[in-house]
Design a protein around this ligand. Structure first.
Ligand code: FES
Length: 157
């Protein structure tokens, strides 16, 4: 993704130190690392555990519990498809199967060329005009497979 730096343990340690004194520092640290690097590298687990006096298992458990945290870099474009009830009611499940098949990925998957990552999300507040999605954070209403393809051919923001 544009704007992300390559993983760097020293820079990660700096980010962790900046947040370590916060109440419940684990989540702010994980968000900050993902914002900087685009994902939470496996190498961050020991750094966070040491800084916060937690076990590696506790840190790992936090990363895996929250599905927004990525264990590896995302594709250049990130699509989040709404799987919640209102979108389901207007055919989102079938649409998602079509989209996942078209791009050859499962949920949280990235296309082989690294172009697109597709992730689930649960309600974007666009319930009246579903199926809804985010493409690189921009909302897309009344999504269909052709509309997604068109959105992905647009220049990344
Ligand atoms: S249920 Fe999909 S946007 Fe609310």
């Amino acid at each position: 993704m544009p704007g992300h730096e390559p993983w760097d343990a020293a820079r990660a340690a700096g980010i962790i130190a900046e947040h370590a004194q916060l109440e419940g520092a684990t989540l702010p640290i994980l968000h900050a690392l993902q914002e900087r690097f685009g994902y939470v590298d496996q190498g961050a687990v020991a750094l966070i555990a040491d800084a916060l006096n937690l076990s590696k298992a506790e840190v790992h458990g936090c990363i895996t519990f929250y599905h927004d945290f990525r264990a590896e870099p995302a594709g250049r474009r990130v699509v989040k498809l709404c799987r919640a009830e209102a979108c389901q009611a207007v055919g989102a499940d079938a649409l998602h199967a079509e989209i996942l098949g078209r791009y050859g990925v499962g949920w949280h998957g990235t296309t082989a060329d690294g172009a697109v990552t597709i992730e689930p999300v649960f309600c974007l507040g666009l319930c009246a005009c579903g199926p809804a999605a985010l493409v690189d954070g921009a909302p897309v209403a009344r999504l269909d497979a052709e509309g997604l393809a068109a959105a992905l051919t647009e220049e990344a923001a």
